[in-house]
Design a protein around this ligand. Structure first.
Ligand SMILES: Nc1ncnc2c1ncn2[C@@H]1O[C@H](COP(=O)(O)OP(=O)(O)O)[C@@H](O)[C@H]1O
Ligand SMILES: Nc1ccn([C@H]2C[C@H](O)[C@@H](COP(=O)(O)OP(=O)(O)O)O2)c(=O)n1
Length: 227
């Protein structure tokens, strides 16, 4: 198989980002965190004083901002122009506002184009790409050789996120479950689309989740080589 595109979707706390990074690293491929792109646009709009409820203004900002994604899985980064915003885009106050941007359909259309172009470029440069988000298996790269939906019980997802954020499960629930609900209005990422492999990480260790994803990737590579 010449170039391998791996698309991974799922709700928050299933292990998408951490597993995707290591899977990309394992193969020496590029890594694309599409959620970080929506976060970056949210940061840019807030920085520029753009009202997030002004759909036209946000869409225009999305078309024109100078987004620079660092796609090395060992050190992914996000910048707008020369300004690095890796920490800023993870702030809880920003996280609460991302859904307003991610549910803007004009923004989604533009992000889809940017993401397709980046996936294409990374696959050419490094032989493969792992892209993760909410609509990669269905909208951005429905023809990817590997398509995986990661799921986990709400309980497992909340426990992981609250540990990561050092906050209570209740506070995390407000952030995560409500955001997933808002995001679900524009992308379908709670159940696997046709042909998408399901990896339920509820009862897996992190290493087992990674192994499950790597095995699916390897099966696709082997099948491609036999063709
Ligand atoms: N079985 C597991 N599979 C994947 N991640 C796990 C698992 N158990 C715990 N984690 C941890 O859960 C946290 C959330 O993972 P992350 O990759 O950020 O999820 P997502 O990108 O889906 O929101 C990470 O700190 C990760 O190490
Ligand atoms: N392909 C994508 C990726 C993320 N999003 C949305 C979903 C979330 O509200 C934000 C941020 O996504 P991100 O994956 O960084 O969020 P979590 O890791 O789940 O906290 O963007 C999307 O709509 N489509």
């Amino acid at each position: 198989m010449n170039q391998v595109q791996v698309a991974i979707d799922g709700p928050s706390g299933t292990g998408k980002s951490s597993v995707s990074k290591l899977a990309a690293k394992e193969h020496g491929w590029g890594y694309l965190d599409t959620g970080a792109m929506y976060r970056a646009l949210t940061w840019w709009c807030l920085d520029q004083g753009i009202d997030l409820t002004d759909q036209q203004a946000v869409a225009e900002a999305g078309r024109t901002f100078d987004l620079r994604m660092g796609t090395d899985p060992s050190a992914p980064s996000v910048a707008v122009g020369e300004r690095r915003i890796d920490a800023e885009i993870r702030e809880p106050a920003l996280t609460e506002q991302v859904a307003a941007v991610a549910t803007n359909l004009e923004v989604r259309a533009n992000m889809r184009d940017r993401q397709r172009a980046l996936m294409e470029q990374l696959a050419q440069e490094t032989g493969g790409v792992v892209a993760e988000g909410r609509d990669i298996t269905t909208v951005v790269a429905p023809d990817a050789q590997v398509r995986i939906l990661m799921t986990a019980s709400e309980q497992a997802r909340l426990a992981r996120r609250s540990k990561e954020l050092s906050s209570t499960v209740e506070a995390t629930r407000a952030q995560i479950v409500d955001r997933d609900k808002a995001d679900s209005t524009v992308s379908q990422f709670m159940t696997a689309a046709d042909g998408v492999r399901l990896v339920d990480t509820s009862d897996l260790t992190f290493e087992q989740s990674l192994a499950a994803v790597l095995q699916i990737v390897q099966e696709a590579i082997d099948a491609g080589e036999r063709e």
